[in-house]
Design a protein around this ligand. Structure first.
Ligand code: F58
Length: 831
């Protein structure tokens, strides 16, 4: 309902203007302390100061956000909808003040009010609605979409509990729930934006007046989706996009007032709780599909609410259905939202009455699908029986999609029964399964991988048949990227300023290729000195944090070697810790004189293990036990320290990454689709030790092979080696055998605790080729030691690498999606 013309003057007069200087900001902080928080200068601690400062900036964001949304509505251009079950946002405050260009204002204002901005930033709880790379990629994409002025919305779930908090107790991981919503100023509940979502029930068919069969999905239960909106500010632009997260609650129709009236409070409340369970918790698995019913419920709940919202918005434009793909592009972040394909077909056919083929044309022109893994255990499949029970009409539609698809395959490749079995969306197994990746391919117009090697691999292995069916044009690559705003400007402000001083200001934060301007300073003495000082200061900060949290003293002058990411056998933290043990044994065997010549190193690990992944937990346990022995060994001193940082998350990454000299990206070749932290480390002036896998390959191409430490088996040789392990003889590397002996003689605690880790390599086929790559890993680490001692040359390498990292901005990546997949354009902001 809009305000009539005569009264609008009053509105314009009182339009919120928003502060632009420290004084204005302080006024807003004090107002929020005294009104929103009902406190005063007598009881304003850092928590309250954060809350008030966040509310003050939130007000600023809302004004721009409203304008952006109005602009998008009036211009009526095509929008992008990014559907992701995970958005790993981290903190919002620091990001908001930087993107608004008001960090100095915030700093000055907070200082005048008696606070240090660093302490205030630390008060914020991370928004941790994701597991790892996939969720963080979605967050970087939102930042780029807004910064580049694309009309785009994110859609996700508002989990009450994000990824668990990790505690390390006696060397073991313990999971603690992450209840993060106590105070969240960054979200806006939209109690008026709700969608009723149906589950279970049955399908009745009838005939319409023309004799056409119509399906009616009836009965079952209803859960209500409530929208919560999160503003996403762009950098150096007023554009502020929207992330809409759905929360589940019992539908008012469903809540049993009768029961309540009869005094059966408990059972009526139980219904309510059951509904709220849907959006209660993020599943903590990374690269593993566990097939739980609640997970499928989450997926449908979120997808159905989002599509309803998108369709509702489209219908307001009063266009023909055939124009839907001109107005709407939907990107599926992995297969988790694949049901959106089926749901849109259902809306168009069952509710809007379109013919099947016309509807299917619209559907396939609308969707794009991004694949993030080739690991078979991570490819989603759902039992047909579960679908039949939970979403009976959707199963029928899937059967029809499959039928028409297989008919088209049969037409193109007559008589190839094997092919039909291989590509069928329904796997003829016991029980029968719906293959979600195949459904996503059939229902999309583009399928992309996330790095060149990965995109090649999916086209030649898991999706090979689909390339011959649909043609190679349907498949493409979009190499991942990261946002330089968070991962350079925010995480490493001093380095960002140093770069700005030589790159002609901060434009490189919007066009990262401008980093190349610093290459001419790679030999500049003064520049290198400042560069090295910044790295050292970042290491001092991390060393201080290690002292505070673990009470271990590390020398900031030592080489900081970092591997932080989810713990997974394919990422091979076991290779790293076996290498550390080998280093320890080697140092122990040396004379004191020889030891003095060695390069001191701090091996830093961090990352969560999925709660049910016991091998990953064993790896964490071994790292901690090795640290306990090595860190107190007087023979070793500063030469080697082993650190496990608890509860790795986005805000810790912002502190750890700028402090790294060397980071490890050492997955078995062909297993890590892309990796994105590799890009963050290089961008912050650290070098990489890595395998020829994922984006490491493209990083090498960009920065030059002389600036990266590559080792290990190539992806084309992996299969053959695995075959040999299984069917030929398998001899474990001799240095690795000594490492195993040390583990088994109890050097690092109870040997049985690590039996499975050793056996996986020695007795069970060494699927991840730890033994095959061990010697080249050790040799390469020794090379790192040698090169690190030449600090002058090392710093030059770091500067050159940073200068050549322009390609890895998520801005480049989003522009590629916009042009090659979505066909959308930025919406210019007129002042
Ligand atoms: C990651 N996948 C890839 N999945 O492993 C990584 O190489 C890539 O850089 C990144 O995506 C972005 O493309 C990943 O993080 C998950 O965590 C899923 C969570 C939900 C269950 C299945 C795995």
């Amino acid at each position: 309902a809009s305000i009539p013309e005569p009264q609008r003057e009053a509105w314009t007069k009182h339009q919120v203007k928003g502060f632009t200087d420290a004084d204005g900001f302080e006024k807003e902080v004090v107002r929020h302390v005294e009104t929103s928080l009902a406190r005063s200068l007598f009881n304003c601690d850092e928590g309250a100061a954060y809350s008030a400062a966040a509310l003050a900036f939130r007000d600023r964001l809302i004004t721009e956000w409203n304008k952006t949304q109005q602009r998008q509505t009036f211009s009526d251009t095509k929008r992008v909808y990014y559907l992701s079950l995970e958005f790993l946002m981290g903190r919002a405050f620091d990001n908001a003040i930087l993107n608004l260009g008001l960090k100095d204002v915030a700093k000055e204002g907070l200082t005048e009010l008696g606070f240090r901005i660093e302490d205030i930033i630390e008060q914020e709880h991370d928004a941790a609605l994701g597991n790892g790379g996939l969720g963080r990629l979605a967050a970087c994409f939102l930042d780029s979409l807004a910064s580049l002025d694309y009309p785009a919305w994110g859609y996700g779930l508002r989990y009450r509990y994000g990824i668990f908090k990790q505690e390390i107790i006696n060397g073991y991981q313990v999971e603690v729930p992450d209840y993060w919503l106590d105070f969240n100023p960054w979200e806006f509940p939209r109690h008026d934006v709700t969608v009723d979502i149906q589950f279970y029930g049955s399908v009745r068919k009838s005939q319409d007046e023309n004799g056409k069969s119509v399906a009616h999905w009836e009965g079952g239960e209803i859960v209500t989706a409530v929208a919560y909106d999160v503003p996403i500010p762009g950098y150096a632009t007023p554009s502020t996009n929207n992330l809409r997260l759905w929360s589940s609650k019992a539908s008012s129709g469903e809540f049993d007032f009768q029961k309540f009236n009869n005094g059966e409070y408990e059972s009526s409340v139980a219904d309510q709780q059951r509904a709220e369970t849907i959006s209660a918790v993020l599943y903590p698995n990374d690269n593993l599909d566990r097939g739980k019913e609640l997970r499928l419920k989450q997926q449908y709940f979120w997808v159905a609410a989002s599509l309803h919202d998108i369709v509702r918005r489209f219908k307001k434009s009063k266009r023909q259905w055939s124009e839907f793909p001109d107005q709407v592009a939907i990107q599926l972040n992995d297969t988790h939202p694949t049901l959106a394909i089926v749901e849109l077909q259902r809306i168009l056919v069952d509710i809007e009455g379109l013919e099947w083929d016309a509807a299917w044309n619209i559907v396939t022109s609308t969707f794009g699908y991004t694949n993030h893994t080739v690991l078979p255990e991570a490819l989603e499949k759902w039992p047909v029986g579960l679908f039949q029970h939970l979403l009976p009409r959707h199963l029928q539609i899937i059967y029809d999609i499959n039928l028409f698809f297989l008919q088209s395959v049969e037409k193109k490749f007559p008589g190839d029964r094997d092919l039909l079995t291989r590509v069928s969306i329904i796997e003829e197994s016991q029980p029968k399964m719906v293959r979600m990746a195949f459904l996503a391919i059939v229902g999309s117009h583009k399928v992309n991988g996330v790095a060149e090697l990965h995109s090649d691999l999916i086209q030649t292995t898991i999706f090979r048949d689909f390339v011959s069916i649909f043609g190679a044009d349907k498949f493409t690559n979009v190499t991942n990227g990261i946002t330089p705003r968070r991962w350079l400007h925010q995480a490493n402000p001093r380095l960002s300023e140093l770069i700005a001083s030589k790159a002609g200001g901060h434009d490189f934060l919007k066009d990262l290729t401008l980093l190349n301007k610093i290459e001419e300073y790679a030999g500049d003495k003064e520049f290198k000195k400042e560069w090295a000082e910044i790295k050292y200061a970042n290491k001092v900060r991390l060393a201080r944090y290690i002292k505070q949290t673990l009470d271990v003293t590390v020398n900031p002058a030592a080489l900081f070697d970092v591997q932080v990411k989810r713990i997974h056998e394919y990422k091979r933290q076991q290779l790293n810790i076996f290498g550390v043990i080998h280093r320890y044994l080697t140092l122990k065997a040396m004379s004191p004189e020889e030891r003095k010549k060695q390069q001191p190193r701090v091996s830093i690990f961090g990352g969560k293990a999925a709660p049910g992944y016991w091998m990953a937990k064993q790896i964490i346990h071994l790292i901690n036990n090795v640290g306990a022995v090595v860190n107190k060994d007087a023979d070793i001193g500063d030469l080697l320290k082993v650190i496990f940082l608890e509860d790795y998350n986005v805000s810790k990454a912002e502190m750890i990454i700028p402090a790294s000299d060397l980071s490890e990206h050492i997955s078995t070749a062909g297993t890590e689709a892309s990796g994105t932290s590799n890009m963050k480390f290089v961008l912050n002036g650290g070098l990489i030790i890595g395998t020829c896998d994922g984006a490491n390959i493209e990083i090498t191409r960009e920065i030059g092979q002389e600036n990266i430490f590559l080792f290990g088996t190539l992806s084309e040789d992996v299969e053959e080696l695995r075959h040999q392990h299984t069917y030929g003889s398998h001899n474990v590397d001799s240095n690795l055998t000594k490492v195993f002996e040390a583990i088994q003689n109890g050097t690092f605690g109870e040997p049985n605790d690590f039996g499975a880790m050793v056996a996986a390599v020695r007795d069970h086929g060494d699927y991840y080729l730890v033994s095959d790559d061990f010697q080249s890993y050790i040799d390469t680490q020794n090379m790192v030691d040698t090169e690190y001692r030449n600090q002058d040359e090392w710093v030059t390498k770091c500067i050159r690498s940073v200068a050549r990292m322009g390609f890895f901005s998520s801005d480049r990546c989003i522009n590629e999606y916009a042009e090659g997949i979505w066909n959308v354009e930025p919406l210019a902001v007129k002042n």
